[in-house]
Ligand binder design. Sequence first.
Ligand SMILES: [Zn+2]
Length: 442
Amino acid sequence: MDAPGAVARGDLLVRDGVIAAVGDGVPTALAALPGRRADVSVDASGAFVLPGFVHGHLHLCQTLFRGLAEQSDLLRWLREGIWPLEALLTETSVAAAARLGLLELIAGGVTCVNDMGTVRHTDAIGRVLEASGIRAVFGKALMDRGAGVPPALCEEPGAALESALELVRRWDGAADGRLRVSLAPRFILTCSHGLWRDVAAASAERGLLVHTHLAESPAEAREVAAAVSSTAARYFACAGVLSERFVGAHGVWVDDEELAMLAQARAALVHCPGSNLKLGSGLANVRHWVRAGLKRGIGSDGAACGNRLDTFHEMSLAAVLSRTLEPEDPLGAREALALATCEGARALGLGGVTGSLEPGKQADVIVVDHTALHQAPNETLGPYTTLVHATRASDVRLTMVAGRILYRDGEWTTLEAERVLAEARAEARGLARRAAAGPVQG
Ligand SMILES: [Zn+2]
């Protein structure tokens, strides 16, 4: 599948981690190789070969909290469920959470993630991302104020930004360019005006993505209005945060004028339909984003929101919800798949690197089986429909990042699944014990 979404039948040649040729170009490219053949061949018969999924908004640290904060709306979920748990995370538990999340993501065809991180121990996430082999943009969540923020998560703004920039110095461009670092102010209700200004300046000076949340729920919008006398996108425009480096998760409650402001700034929004539905936040109308010309992606948010890190589920929800919201012009399966591939890559500023199967791009490739009964009998007549609406994450046969196979037929090459699971269970028990003992002080 290339950037315009064309489907071809044939081979794909990878050389030195990069896509060397696709389809008709493969025989000529093979003939030019020493020995005139590839070192390793992968049989993808009975399968679709796709660009790997770009997961646009994630909290790997929350994987340990899956199922622990249920039946809640966004602000209560954060203040009573998630933040107290994040405050209890240790370096070891953050790493365990990240590994467990990556097991699921890699096996589900994700080759690139955009992670929000947490306030402390983000370095541990960097180490896990590096070892896992996945492509990633990640940051440290910045929080310097706000109702319900535990002391352990609330930092002095100068120190918070400095430690984010330390991450940048250590990790941005690391692992042969596979890892990038963003600035990740959490959202308006947890960041002071001075911090937003400093983030905007640091982003402009260093070319860093700004990854944040905006306009997720109506109650949040009311608190934002009370705090800054504005709406989120207007506030970001005034604070200088909107730019082509801005990646905002959710954007459920943005009006047409705000969409125009975001589009003018060449900012991106990331759709998280599963999280929005589970938290009762509302339904983002992605057709409006498309009409406004917005850069856009898709993600599942953390495992504590929608409980699964499954791109197939999110793509299907995006298309299904759009049919309800925009019955005359809904997103089709092809557009939903584009959110998770070429459009998602563009939203993260990685459109030239990944997101489609074209010569010169990184070999971030997945092989997805289409022989299962739940895909039959017309699986190849409408490949987009099959992929988005009938295929499951468990149909992914192989996941490759930069030419390196990370997952194949139920086996991970960089993560020891049994050990990761055991470690996650032990860390979740430890977390429960610490939570029962009461809140920590910063
Ligand atoms: Zn989020």
